[in-house]
Design a protein around this ligand. Structure first.
Ligand code: GDP
Ligand code: MN
Length: 391
């Protein structure tokens, strides 16, 4: 689960991470009012969407008057911001964050991710901030510093100092970086985050002195930890998520939208991945990942079909069920129910195996609906791809 920049900043602030004074606003009037509370004489108006690359796309504007705050907020709110991280249609801006503008001396990169190889939280830092870390990794890999954290003892001050010196921080900024890095790390671990990115972590000038601050913040949380993170769940902004994914999760289905045209309905995450691989192997493109889970009732199958078909790109549906806990007869009933209630016109390629398979096949056959049946995964993928060839 993702949260907005301003939510991450407010959360990190409670962990002692220095962030600029700011306020969220849902209207231009609210944005203009906010600056009275924030104070200062220059402000940054920042579009709040769950995607990065806003700066280059016009979603981050520094302004010097109350009128300009209002004007920029008015322009942003309600518009769609297209960044290289959004789709071509962009993301609808419904909130802006107004904060005191910083006088930036230098931008650094700070990130915490879970490194799969060491199975530990890893700190990543670079002197090249403000640009994407993937770009730095490509162009200047030597400018990326990594530090692995031992979960038993946490991120130690000497590790932070080592990183700080390696990216070129000096003097009291080194001590400030320890506080900042340890704050982000503690927040990440306590709140079950999977990722935290401060880009830029900046040296800013304030009252003639240099300070280290988090000027941007992105955090992503482990869905499996949400049951014990009520405060995090409260930050969820459903408007930022794919409505199909939101609806699917409400029905106990794991659905991820993709960009192909073959809709997939599969039981089990592993089989769903294998099904997508088989489609690609045969030259097709999956429109989604969908795991109906075990014990899928006919209603669940109908819901799955409906959600898959909400994607206008879907030309064919491929159903691949290897029933263990599931029952093929229930799946078959669900498919028939879906075909009749949803009036499905798209070809439906069905591969059933496992519990009650004979019964399931019989139900499909006797329905007289035009299912394309397949004997195995490879056959099913080939048949599904054949139905969309040339489209
Ligand atoms: P992103 O493009 O979505 O990652 O948004 P950021 O919050 O990182 O902002 C993009 C860029 O805007 C930063 O790298 C800064 O260079 C600039 N920026 C952000 N806040 C300020 C500020 O307070 N003052 C100034 N002068 N520039 C800022
Ligand atoms: Mn950024």
């Amino acid at each position: 689960m993702n949260i907005h920049e301003y939510q991450a900043k407010e959360l990190l602030k409670t962990y002692g991470v220095p962030v600029p004074n700011g306020k969220v606003a849902f209207s231009d009037a609210e944005a203009a009012r906010a600056i009275e509370e924030i104070g200062g004489s220059k402000w940054v108006v920042k579009a709040q969407i769950h995607a990065g690359g806003r700066g280059k796309a016009g979603g981050v504007k520094v302004v010097g008057s109350r009128d300009d705050v209002r004007r920029v907020a008015d322009q942003m709110l309600g518009s769609h911001l297209v960044t290289h991280q959004t789709g071509p249609e962009g993301q609808h801006i419904q909130r802006v964050w107004v904060e005191q503008a910083s006088v930036i001396k230098k931008e650094y990169y700070l990130g915490f991710v879970i490194d799969r190889a060491s199975q530990r939280v890893t700190l990543i830092a670079s002197s090249e901030g403000g640009v994407e870390i993937e770009e730095v990794a490509k162009a200047n890999p030597e400018k990326i510093v990594k530090e692995i954290v031992d979960p038993a003892i946490g991120l130690l001050p000497f590790q932070c100092r080592k990183v700080a010196v390696a990216i070129g921080l000096k003097g009291k900024l080194i001590q400030q970086s320890v506080k900042l890095m340890q704050g982000v790390y503690k927040c990440m671990v306590e709140r079950d985050a999977l990722q935290a990115e401060i880009n830029p972590m900046a040296v800013v000038e304030l009252h003639g002195e240099e300070h280290l601050m988090a000027l941007d913040a992105k955090m992503n949380f482990d869905d499996n930890g949400l049951y014990r993170q009520k405060a995090v769940v409260d930050l969820r902004d459903l408007a930022e998520e794919d409505p199909k994914e939101v609806e699917a999760s409400g029905h106990g289905l794991s659905y991820i939208a993709l960009d192909g045209n073959i809709g997939c309905i599969v039981n089990g995450a592993g089989l769903a991945m294998a099904t997508m691989d088989a489609i690609i192997l045969h030259g097709g493109r999956p429109a989604n990942f969908l795991d109906v889970g075990g014990g899928a009732s006919p209603e669940k199958v109908t819901n799955a079909c409906r959600i898959v078909l909400e994607d206008p790109n879907v030309k064919t549906i491929l159903v691949n069920i290897f029933a263990g806990i599931n029952r093929c007869d229930w799946i078959a009933q669900g498919l028939i129910q879906a075909c009749t209630t949803l009036n499905i016109q798209a070809p439906l390629v069905v591969r059933l195996a496992g519990t009650n398979v004979e019964e399931g096949r019989k139900i499909l056959q006797e329905s007289r609906l035009r299912f394309i049946t397949a004997d195995n995964l490879d056959d099913a993928a080939a048949k599904a791809v054949a139905t969309v060839k040339g489209s």
